[in-house]
Design a binder for this molecule. Structure first.
Ligand SMILES: [Zn+2]
Length: 251
């Protein structure tokens, strides 16, 4: 499957502040909702930075993702591992990046370190952007690997996301998680699809992009909004039904 290439602008400090106030108010009112659906995330760093700053980085990304996906699914950081290698995003073309031999080997390394547990693996590279391909200034890519397939209801996936340094402080991880969680088997097409259930995005030329959304304020707009993006009920429903989402027992 072709991965989606995504860009997202940086949020302004003011917008971040407003959201913090909103969240604080809700917590005071006791409105925080117990997470019923969870997704495990494993971070793997290939950027040469120290473990402390890498852990901080992924925690910030997860926090932003949980802001957007709040009340729908909750992302839980289950592991942070580091490679001694250093791979610069600028040395990897943004075209078919998830099947690039170097990237494929790095994901394998990350999955082996974590005992091949089911979840979404996030690969952090050094450098600002992937090398230009069809997309320019690409800071994030999201896709999945089919682990096993019995039938249209019984199959296993592993999520794979790649982020560059420029994706920091943005909603890029939240957006890429959307691509991963929207990946499902479509019996009619007899294939895995990654379509946004509230899509498609329509280019000015009229061409359609099924993986993205046409609403500028939606998380899955091709360029993620700088203000806290929204998700629709249909997007939430699809994400909750992902093979990578677990429903917590007793809820
Ligand atoms: Zn995208």
């Amino acid at each position: 499957m072709e991965p989606s290439l995504c860009l997202s602008p940086k949020p302004t400090p003011k917008q971040d502040h407003i959201h913090k106030l909103y969240k604080q108010k809700n917590q005071e009112k006791g409105l925080s909702v117990l997470a019923a659906y969870t997704v495990d995330v494993y971070a793997f760093f290939v950027n040469g930075a120290d473990h402390g700053s890498n852990t901080l980085r992924v925690k910030q990304d997860i926090q932003k993702a949980n802001e957007v996906w709040n009340d729908c699914v909750t992302f839980q950081l289950k592991g942070v591992t580091t490679s001694k290698r250093r791979v610069n995003a600028g040395s990897i073309s943004s075209d078919y990046v998830l099947i690039h031999p170097t990237i494929e080997a790095l994901f394998q390394e990350a999955q082996t370190l974590e005992g091949h547990k089911t979840g979404i693996y996030v690969l952090y590279l050094s450098g600002e952007y992937l090398a230009p391909g069809r997309g320019k200034k690409v800071v994030g890519v999201g896709g999945t690997e089919l682990v096993s397939f019995q039938n249209e209801d019984d199959y296993e996936l592993t999520g794979r996301i790649l982020l560059t340094e420029k994706a920091a402080g943005r909603y890029t991880l939240a957006h890429e998680l959307g691509h991963v969680l929207f990946t499902r088997y479509d019996a009619k097409r007899a294939a895995l699809i990654q379509d946004d259930p509230s899509g498609p995005y329509i280019y000015p030329s009229g061409r359609q992009n099924p993986g993205h959304n046409n609403d500028k304020r939606n998380l899955m707009y091709p360029v993620s909004p700088s203000e806290r993006p929204r998700i629709t009920g249909r997007q939430c429903h699809t994400a909750r039904n992902s093979k990578l989402t677990r429903r917590q027992k007793g809820i």
